[in-house]
Design a protein around this ligand. Structure first.
Ligand code: PHE
Ligand code: NA
Length: 439
């Protein structure tokens, strides 16, 4: 067999991981989760979740991946704990599951780029969304989106994913900065900032049973944790650089983009008097165009901003979708010896078929999203934390120390995983199960 691929550069790995992290979660889910869960107070809980849980867990997935240098299932064989393969398997299943509906939303976004060019998306937002988000049109754009995803993954790590994300991630940041600058000039933007940036902790105290799991779930989903994606991406690391530094850079950039997206979306909605609403799959696709249509300039300004905005969402969604497909493809390639291109095509096609219910009816899409984020994700993260904390233990610390000179930080990290992180993740799993099955 030929030599396994690696990232060409350290920056390439970081950008690919940021590309995975930054996605619909930041731009579509985050501002609406924030508004549905009490605004700024949710943001504070989310930031705490990223710092205290997200960063330790991303390092845990990196340690597994870089040590094993193989797909997320075989990794546990390579690490001499074959009975723990289920951990990687749950993540891969979660990736495949999520790819199916993520691509459906990616398809809507593709449609909205075109709809902003023509102006149709802004003319009658509610009926436009109804027309493009269900039935045959949705299946068609879902097919287009997943075909592009397959195309990039088929080219492999260096010539596919690394090359693509090297252009995509900087574009997302630059364009969002431009949009945030524009949003700041809107009359009423201050109301949006206030909602986003001045916390009311009374709301959290009253609703912690729902806000905690929502914020922690959002933090983990946003960092692509519990999906075997970060295990897989780290498995293509050829050299030993500091995983601490890389993990931190990825988490900081991802959070920055999430906040930046909020600084675009919320001022826009507030300035135009469009209530952020209660979320749900369609919210951003109706509320944003409604707000855009109200901009001065006879609709043209709204169209222009709409094209840029949905282009950003498209790029962000695509760079995440390729990571979801890659986690599954790596498994087919490494464990079964299938060639990359046929694996990408076959598995992408299967993901397309699984996504058809979500394309036909957004109620299915919400259901898929709910199961993925509240069921698969917490269980997989819990399993990763137990495995790295209590089974790998010192071996994981040794792996983390390769390429970094932070000696005591490794031990601190391990004990955080073993105790605090484990307890919090258990609590999240319990709250989610209570919500899913007992109420
Ligand atoms: N992190 C991505 C987002 O926030 C979603 C994602 C989850 C991508 C898991 C890959 C793996 O949109
Ligand atoms: Na992305």
């Amino acid at each position: 067999m030929s030599q396994r691929e690696t990232w060409a550069t350290r920056t390439g790995f970081i950008l690919a991981a940021v590309g995975s992290a930054v996605g619909l979660g930041n731009i579509w889910r985050f501002p609406f989760q924030t508004s549905a869960n009490g605004g700024a107070a949710f943001l504070v809980v989310y930031l705490a979740a990223v710092l205290l849980i997200g960063i330790p867990v991303i390092l845990a997935e990196f340690a597994i991946g870089r040590r094993a240098n193989v797909d997320a299932v075989k990794a546990f064989r390579t690490l001499d704990r074959p009975s723990w393969r289920f951990v990687g398997a749950i993540g891969i299943l979660a990736s495949f599951w999520t790819l199916s509906y993520y691509s459906v939303v990616g398809g809507w976004v593709t449609r909205y780029v075109a709809g902003s060019v023509t102006g149709n998306a802004l003319a009658a937002p509610e009926s436009y969304f109804g027309a493009v988000s269900a039935g045959l049109p949705a299946i068609l754009t879902h097919a287009i989106f997943i075909a592009v995803t397959i195309g990039i993954v088929a080219f492999g790590i260096e010539r596919g994913i690394e090359l693509a994300t090297k252009f995509m991630v900087p574009s997302i940041v630059v364009l969002l900065l431009v949009l945030a600058g524009f949003a700041a000039t809107l009359p009423g933007a201050g109301e949006g900032y206030a909602f986003f940036l001045s916390p009311d902790f009374g709301v959290v105290a009253e609703n912690w049973q729902s806000i905690l799991p929502a914020a922690f779930g959002q933090a983990l989903f946003s960092l692509s944790l519990g999906f075997s994606v970060m295990i897989t991406y780290a498995s293509y690391l050829g050299r030993d650089d500091s995983l601490f530094a890389d993990g931190l850079a990825i988490a900081v950039t991802n959070t920055f983009v999430g906040v930046l997206a909020g600084l675009v979306v919320l001022p826009l909605l507030f300035a135009q008097g469009v209530p952020p609403g209660e979320g749900g799959a369609g919210a951003v696709f109706i509320a944003i165009p409604t707000a855009l249509a109200e901009l001065p300039g006879g609709g043209l300004l709204g169209q222009l901003i709409g094209v840029v905005f949905f282009a950003v969402v498209f790029i962000a969604a695509l760079s995440s979708a390729i990571s979801l497909l890659e986690a599954v493809v790596a498994y087919a390639v490494d464990t079964f010896g299938i060639s990359r291109a046929p694996a990408a095509i076959g598995l992408g096609l299967a993901g397309f078929l699984l996504g058809i219910p979500s394309a036909l009816d957004t109620a299915w899409l919400d259901w898929f999203d709910g199961i993925g984020v509240t069921f698969f994700l917490p269980i997989a993260v819990l399993a990763v934390v137990v495995f790295v904390g209590w089974i790998m233990g010192d071996e994981a610390v040794a792996e983390l120390r390769r390429g970094s000179n932070l000696t005591s930080a490794g031990t601190t990290w391990l004990w955080m995983l073993r105790t605090f992180v484990l307890l919090v993740v258990l609590l999240i799993v319990a709250l989610n199960f209570n919500d899913l099955f007992l109420t």
